[in-house]
Each structure stands twice: as structure tokens, then as C-alpha cells.
Design a protein around this ligand. Structure first.
Ligand code: HSE
Length: 307
């Protein structure tokens, strides 16, 4: 049996709606695979999902990703899948991407590593699409590869791995409310003005320059979200006061993680990252909203085989 771990990811990173994502250390999902004698892919066990995930192979992100991989390879042996769901649903932390990624990484290892990690991307995207209804890579790519990833193009898929400043810390707070990505996408306008597009392009360029120049101040001031945040922030409890708290505690930037409700802040040292976490948590708990804080550097390893 092979078990793989795939970490949470922060999609969009404020200035890169649908085209930027980064990986953090935790939370994450684990998926185990082993050969079976029936010559088919099947899910034999799911733990930690409170019965929410489907067992149908085509409808589950993990099994769909493995199916897509074995079909591509014309691989004939059957594979049993066990999903250990450890990530919250509808959290904006790339939970469905993590299951799909862990599954293909484990399956590729089980069948003798025919593909590189990067070559697994398409199959993980196929799996994630089952849950989100669209082929996004801004969670899947960083979850698989680690680091900060730019999706330069979706058609054809063109993924650029960006440099990661060593002193950067992420603090993520997950308020315990669920937001469906579909709902968070539906409330956004289908078209934007030229002014908005220019602002977005400038900030995305500034962010990427900030990574290459290791200029954290440039990174911070480039992390402005003019596309999603103006619409999505109303879905997130205490959004403005959590932002104020994070900035007060010394954050370089603050934004919505993926489609929310999780929020994240960047900072340049671990004690600030802790302080930011404490204040963000306090903002939510004093209003009676349960939440959990996760602090890490940017995860540069991505998904990996555990054993
Ligand atoms: N970029 C996507 C969105 C990520 O924000 O809708 C969904 O997790």
C-alpha cells in the first residue's frame, strides 16, 4: 500500500484570480492506494468526511483523478483507494484539489512512477473538476508542486513555478462556515472595466516582480484584489475586522484564500505570523464564530509519498 499527503493551498493570492496559487504546510489530505484483483479503480473506504463524499468513481475527485491517469496509461491492473479526508469542505483551502493530488501521487508511485510530478497535473485537474465543475489549476498546481505557481495559460496549460522568498510566512484563519465555490463565483460580474483590468495587471506584475526581487514590501502592496474581494467579502463573517486585526499586527498583506471563507495574511517573521493569527482568531471568536488558525512558510515540497 502507498499513502500520499497533499497540502492545502491558497488560490488567487489576492492579485491573481484563477492564475496564482501557493501551497502551505497544513491542513492536508491523505490518500492510500493498493492493487486489487478486479481490474478496476474503486474506492473502498473514506474516513473523516461524515458521509459527505461519493463512492462513485466518476463522481469523486480522488478516484476520478486516478481513473484519468490509468486510462491515459492504458494501465490494466485494478486499484483500490482509501481517502483520509482531513481538510474541511468549502473552506477556500483547496480541499478537493488536495484529494485529487494525493490520489494521483500515490497511484503513480504504486504503478512504478511512469510519470513525473508535473506530468500528473492534468489528471489531478480532471479529478478536481468533478467537485468544482470547472478545470481550475490554481489549487491543484501548487498543491502538487509546492511553492508559488502562475498559470500563464489554461489552453494549452502552461504552469510557471515562481521563486519563493525565504522569510515569508503565511497565517491562515478558517472560520467554521462553508462557502460553495460555485456561489462565490456566481456573485462575481462576468465582465470587468478596462480600469479594473489595468489595476489587476499592474498588481499581478508587481507581485511577480516582488518574488523575483525578494522585495516583500512590493509583494505586499501588489496584493490587491479588485476582481473577487469586492463581491466575496460580504459572504465572509467579520471580513473587515479580521483584515484590520491582521494589518494592525504587522501583516504585509491580507486577502481571501481561494473562494473563502478562509482568509490569509503574509508576514516576514514567525512571531508576527503568530501574533496575526492570535488577533484574527480573537476577532472571530469574540463574535461567536469558531475558527482555526494555520501558520507556515510557503510549502515548497508539495504533495509527497508518506510511506
Ligand atoms: N480561483 C478559484 C476561485 C479558486 O477563486 O473561484 C477556487 O478555489
Amino acid at each position: 500500500m502507498v499513502t500520499a499527503y497533499a497540502p492545502a493551498s491558497i488560490a488567487n493570492v489576492s492579485c491573481g484570480f484563477d492564475v496564482l496559487g501557493l501551497a502551505v504546510d497544513a491542513p492536508g489530505d491523505e490518500v492510500s492506494v493498493q492493487f486489487n484483483d478486479i481490474g478496476k479503480v474503486r474506492i473502498v473506504e473514506i474516513t473523516g468526511d461524515e458521509g459527505k463524499l461519493p463512492f462513485e468513481v466518476e463522481a469523486n475527485t480522488a478516484s476520478k483523478a486516478v481513473l484519468s491517469l490509468v486510462n491515459h496509461l492504458n494501465y490494466e491492473r485494478g486499484i483500490d483507494i482509501i481517502i483520509h479526508k482531513k481538510m474541511p469542505f468549502g473552506s477556500g483551502l483547496g480541499s478537493s484539489a488536495a484529494s485529487a493530488v494525493a490520489a494521483v501521487v500515490a497511484a503513480n508511485h504504486l504503478i512504478g512512477m511512469p510519470l513525473t510530478k508535473k506530468e500528473l497535473l492534468d489528471f489531478a485537474i480532471d479529478g478536481e473538476a468533478v467537485a468544482s465543475g470547472a478545470r481550475h489549476a490554481d489549487n491543484v498546481a501548487p498543491c502538487l508542486l509546492g511553492g508559488v505557481v502562475l498559470i500563464r495559460s489554461y489552453s494549452p496549460i502552461d504552469i510557471i513555478e515562481l521563486p519563493v522568498p525565504d522569510s515569508l510566512y503565511t497565517t491562515v484563519v478558517h472560520p467554521h462556515v462553508e462557502i460553495l465555490t460555485k456561489v462565490a463565483r456566481d456573485i462575481m460580474p462576468k465582465e470587468v472595466s478596462m480600469k479594473t483590468a489595468i489595476t489587476q495587471i499592474g498588481n499581478l506584475g508587481g507581485f511577480i516582480a516582488g518574488l523575483y526581487q525578494n522585495d516583500l514590501a512590493l509583494l505586499g502592496r501588489s496584493m490587491v484584489d479588485v476582481l473577487a474581494e469586492p463581491y466575496r467579502s460580504s459572504l465572509i463573517p467579520e471580513f473587515q475586522s479580521v483584515r484590520n486585526a491582521a494589518m494592525y499586527a504587522g501583516a504585509l498583506s491580507f486577502g481571501i484564500s481561494g473562494s473563502g471563507p478562509s482568509m490569509f495574511a503574509f508576514s516576514d517573521n514567525s512571531s508576527k505570523a503568530e501574533q496575526i493569527g492570535e488577533l484574527m482568531e480573537k476577532c472571530l471568536t469574540t463574535k461567536g464564530i469558531d475558527c482555526k488558525v494555520f501558520i507556515s512558510k510557503i510549502n515548497q515540497k508539495g504533495a509527497s509519498v508518506m510511506w
